[in-house]
Design a protein around this ligand. Structure first.
Ligand code: NAD
Length: 369
C-alpha cells in the first residue's frame, strides 16, 4: 500500500474506470450485483483483507448515478480498513451500497437476495447496518447468510451500536482537549454538535454531564425538540453555525462538512465528531486544519466504537467488553497527536500511517507459518 505522505489526492470519479479507481485507492475486489426480479442493484467493495475479513455496513441510498454509488462505496470501504487497523482489530475494510430509495424500494425479497449475494463471497465480506438499512432488513439478510453482524439483541446481536460510538467520540474529544488545552475537562467548553441523530443525541448526554455549553444543529426538527427536552442546549441554524465562537465542532451528521468554505469560517480549536469522511479532501483540508491550528481528531479513529461493538458480536456479544475496548480510543488519539506534533504533519496523515503500518506488519506475519 502506498505511503499516504506521498499520495496525491485520490479521486474515484465518473471519468475513471472501476479498476483505475481501485488502483487509486488500493482496493482488492469490487463486485456489482443485479437481480432482475427484485430490482436489486448493489456494489460491494473489499478494500483490504490483510488483517482479516472485510467488515462494513450496507448503505441503501438513492444515488443519482452509478458512479456516485461507486465513489461512495470505495471511499467508505477504505475508511473501514483504516478504522479496523488503527483500532487494533483483526478485520479488513469493506462496505456495500444498495442503489435505491430505502423508503419505497425495499422488500423482504430484495434484502434476502442481497443476503444471498453476500453469502456468495464466502466470508471475505461481513456485512452490518448502515444508513437506510434497519433491524428488519438485517433479519432478512441474516436468513440468507451467516456473514453478518450488528444484529438486534433478539437475534443474539449487540443491538444499536450508536451508544458505543458516542462513547468513543466523547473520549476522542476529551483526548483532543487534553492535547489542546493541557487537561481533558470539557466543563464550560462551547461545543457545536451538528446532527442530533442516534450518535449525536448520546454524545450530547455525555457533554451535558460535563457541563459543557452545547449548541446543536439538525435539519430534523423532531430530533432537535427531543434533545432540547432532555438537556440544556442552544439550537443554532445552519447559515450561522460556522461563524459561532466555539471551542469544539463535532460533526455528527454527514461527511465532507470540513471543506474550504467551512474551514475558512470555523473558529474553534478542536474538531472531533462521529461522521465518516469528514474532510472533503483529506490532503487539502487535513493540512488546512493544521495550518489554522485546529486539532482534528481523525474520524475513523474516534468513531470506531460502532465497529468495535459489531466486531465483538463475532466472538459472542458483551457490552462491557465493547465499552472497555472503546476506551482505548483515548490513548490511541494521544499517540496520533504525539506523532503529528513530532513530525509536524496533519493528524489525518499520522493516523493513516499508523493504520497502514499495522496492515503491513500484521499482514506479513499472517503470511508465515
Ligand atoms: P442518524 O441518521 O441517526 O443521525 C444523523 C442526523 O443528522 C439526523 O438527525 C439527521 O437529521 C441529521 N442531518 C442530516 N443531514 C443534515 C444536515 N445537512 N445538517 C444537519 N443535520 C443533518 O445517524 P447516526 O447513526 O447518528 O450517525 C451519525 C454519523 O456518524 C453518520 O455520518 C454515520 O455514518 C456516522 N457513524 C455512525 C456510527 C453509529 O454507530 N451509528 C458509527 C460510526 C460512524
Amino acid at each position: 500500500m502506498p505511503n499516504t505522505q506521498e499520495l496525491p489526492t485520490v479521486k474515484a470519479d465518473a471519468k475513471s474506470s472501476v479498476i483505475e479507481s481501485m488502483q487509486a485507492l488500493g482496493h482488492e475486489q469490487v463486485v456489482h450485483f443485479y437481480d432482475q426480479a427484485t430490482g436489486l442493484k448493489a456494489i460491494i467493495a473489499i478494500h483490504n483483507t490483510q488483517l482479516g475479513p472485510a467488515l462494513g455496513g450496507t448503505r441503501m441510498w438513492a444515488y443519482a448515478t452509478e458512479a456516485e454509488a461507486l465513489t461512495d462505496v470505495l471511499r467508505l470501504s477504505r475508511g473501514m480498513s483504516y478504522k479496523a487497523a488503527i483500532t487494533g482489530l483483526n478485520l479488513g475494510g469493506g462496505k456495500a451500497v444498495i442503489i435505491g430509495d430505502a423508503k419505497t424500494q425495499k422488500s423482504e425479497a430484495l434484502m434476502r437476495r442481497f443476503g444471498k449475494f453476500v453469502d456468495g463471497l464466502a466470508g471475505r465480506y461481513i456485512t452490518a447496518e448502515d444508513v437506510g438499512v434497519g433491524t428488519k432488513d438485517m433479519e432478512y439478510i441474516a436468513m440468507e447468510t451467516r456473514h453478518v453482524t450488528g444484529l438486534p439483541e433478539f437475534l443474539g446481536g449487540g443491538g444499536d451500536p450508536s451508544p458505543v460510538t458516542a462513547y468513543g467520540v466523547y473520549l476522542g474529544m476529551k483526548s483532543s482537549a487534553k492535547e489542546a488545552y493541557g487537561n481533558d475537562s470539557l466543563e464550560g467548553k462551547k461545543i457545536l454538535v451538528q446532527g442530533i441523530g442516534k450518535v449525536g443525541h448520546h454524545l450530547v448526554g455525555y457533554l451535558a454531564k460535563e457541563n459543557a455549553i452545547i449548541y446543536v444543529n439538525d435539519i430534523n426538527e423532531d430530533n432537535l425538540k427531543a434533545v432540547a427536552a432532555e438537556y440544556k442546549v442552544q439550537i443554532v441554524d445552519a447559515a450561522s453555525m460556522f461563524d459561532l465562537e466555539i471551542d469544539i465542532y463535532a460533526p455528527c451528521a454527514l461527511g465532507a462538512t470540513l471543506n474550504s468554505e467551512s474551514l475558512s469560517r470555523l473558529r474553534c480549536s478542536i474538531i472531533a465528531g462521529a461522521a465518516n469522511n469528514q474532510l472533503a479532501d483529506e490532503t487539502i483540508h487535513g493540512l488546512m486544519c493544521q495550518q489554522k491550528g485546529i486539532l482534528y481528531a481523525p474520524d475513523f479513529l474516534i468513531n470506531a466504537g460502532g465497529l468495535i461493538n459489531v466486531s465483538i458480536e463475532l466472538e459472542g456479544y458483551n457490552r462491557d467488553r465493547a465499552m472497555s475496548m472503546t476506551e482505548n480510543i483515548y490513548a490511541a488519539a494521544q499517540n496520533v497527536f504525539r506523532i503529528a506534533k513530532a513530525e509536524n504533519i496533519p493528524t489525518i496523515n499520522a493516523a493513516k500511517r499508523l493504520a497502514e503500518r499495522r496492515m503491513e506488519d500484521i499482514g506479513r506475519i499472517k503470511l508465515s507459518f
